[in-house]
Every structure is written in C-alpha cells, then in structure tokens.
Design a binder for this molecule. Sequence first.
Ligand SMILES: Cc1cc2nc3c(=O)[nH]c(=O)nc-3n(C[C@H](O)[C@H](O)[C@H](O)COP(=O)(O)O)c2cc1C
Length: 337
Amino acid sequence: MSAHLGTTWLGLDLANPLVASSSPMTGEIDRLRALEEAGVAAVVLPSLFEEQIEHEALEMQRLVEYGAGSFAEALEGYFPEMDRYVTTSERYLELVAAATRALSIPVVASLNGTTRGGWVKYARKLQDAGADAIELNVFLIPTDAYATCEETERRYLDLVAAVAEDVTIPVNVKLGPFFSNLTHTARELVEAGAAGLSLFNRFFQPDIDLEELKVVPNLTLSNPGEVRLPLRWVALLCGKVRGSLAVTSGVWSAEDVLKSLLVGADVAMMASALLRHGPGYATTVLRGVSEWLDEHEYESVSQLRGSMCFGSAPNPEAFIRANYMEMLVTYTAPSGT
Ligand SMILES: Cc1cc2nc3c(=O)[nH]c(=O)nc-3n(C[C@H](O)[C@H](O)[C@H](O)COP(=O)(O)O)c2cc1C
C-alpha cells in the first residue's frame, strides 16, 4: 500500500506536501489547471504589489480631482473613461476569482509590500474574491543606519497584524533570512497573527554593468543547493513556533521535498523547477516522494515529518556550530586546483 501523502498547511488539508510557489507559472488559468492536473496540492498566485495598489490609488485620486475641477461638459467625457479604467488590482481580483472557480485545490493570493498603508486593505478583497489564504511577502531591505533592529522588526509585526486583523482566512508570511535572531522574530510573527511562515524569500540580486557603470536588476532561477539555508532554519524553528512552516528556495527534486518534511516543514514550495521543466514536473517529483516513502516503509508524510528537526535529529549540533572548525581546517581542495 502506498504511503499517505496528505498534510495540513495553514489549517488547510492538502493532498500532498508540494505547493506551487508564487511565480509567472501560477499567473494564468491554463497553467494553474496544468499544475493541479500534475498533482500540486495548492498554488500561490503571483504577488499583487504595494506599489501597484498605491500607484493606482494616486492615479484614481488625480482623475477624481481633475474631474471635480472640470466643467460639466468635460465631465461627460470623463466618466466613461473612468468606467474603462480597469486597474491591475481589479485584474488581480479577477484572477483570484477565476482561479478559485477553475481549481479544486486551495488558491493562495499573494500580497507583496513593506509599509502599513491603505494597500493592506486589499487582503479583505482577496478573501472576498475567494482566496483560501493570503501569503504576505515582506520584501524589505533596510537602508536606514539609524533604524534599530527592533524598529525594523516592528514594521514586519505591524504589517502582519494589520493584514491578519482584516481577514478570517490564514495569513502566511514569506520572509528573507536576514534577521538578528530569526527564532525570536518567527515566534513574534506568529503571535502577531501569522498562521505560517515560508522560509525563505529569495531576494533578487542586482548586478553591476561594468561598461555602462549601472546597477542592473537581475532575477535568475534558484539552484538546488540553495535549499540548505531554509532546511537549516526550518529545522531550528520546528517545535519553537506554533504556525505552519514551508520551505521555499532551491526545492528542485523529490529529495528536497523529503528533506523539507524531515526537518519539520508542512510543505515544500517550488517555483524555479516548475518554470524550468513545466507544470508536469510536479508529477515526477511527487512520484519520487511516494516511492521513497514506500521503499523506506513510511506509512505517511506525517510519520516522517519533523523526525530530523533540531529537537529530534540524532546529531542536532550539526545544524549549528558542530564540526565547523574541523570542516574548515580539514578541507582539501578538489583535485586539479
Ligand atoms: C520569475 C519569478 C517570479 C517570482 N515572482 C514572485 C512573486 O510575484 N511573489 C513572490 O512572493 N515570490 C515570487 N517569486 C519567488 C518564488 O515564489 C520563490 O519563493 C523563489 O523563487 C524561491 O523558490 P524556487 O527556488 O523554487 O524558485 C518569483 C520567482 C521567480 C523565479
């Protein structure tokens, strides 16, 4: 008998632990259907950005102010134009509604921003459009040399609290790895209202154009080895935070999904590998997970989950400093160098 792959994430019952992470792959209904057919258990839609919402609000205000200051004749021509003004956020709400109609797996809408502004109110609209959960991606690069760590983390907490207060569906927070004490921040985020955390957001890394001497924004797909960073941190957080845990960044194979579960994640999220290999790749990964569980005589994903988190791994010190010095001093360069 095959192992039971079911898991619970953010309070949602999922058929298996593979979630399609937010990316252009989840932005069209046809591709979403293909992902569901290939077996992914939930999808996170591409983000709606704070900048988009705020820009639209400003544009709308500008149009209204312009209209209010116009003559009646001008207004006649103005209102139809307003009707035609279908905004990015409206299109996003339509995508959420269409996705929830088209799919029977949970659909997670994604909000992406850093400040506690009017845009936060969109969480409620996403819920009303049918989203099963919201992922809040806080892409915050602190640049103020006078802002303390506490102030910076307070921004996260305020934002999470503002979104979580506004909705009844679960809010998953997608974080970067750069915190003074992630274990403490993670606990506080859950207390502020996060139902789960996704580790880690992958910040795009700008490059430098040597000829033009310009900073070049640059987004590349992840590499498989990148999964080790979230694996370590999920292992360290497992059992210390009450919310769900998801591994994102560098999940490329069935092995990566299995390792994510072993360190205590409820799900593993995949974006780059699906973009590279197409939606059908999910079937290959899930088959690999199933086969490994059967070969190793596990009855279910829940039997495996967390058995190698920091509190239960046979050698937990390896997640922190153990063997660190030894590894460095005994390193031998690859032959030929
Ligand atoms: C082309 C591309 C677009 C992405 N767009 C979003 C986005 O809109 N919102 C978001 O939260 N993450 C976005 N991501 C990040 C992914 O959801 C994911 O967290 C990250 O790529 C690491 O996972 P991976 O190694 O499976 O790619 C994007 C990634 C890629 C490659």
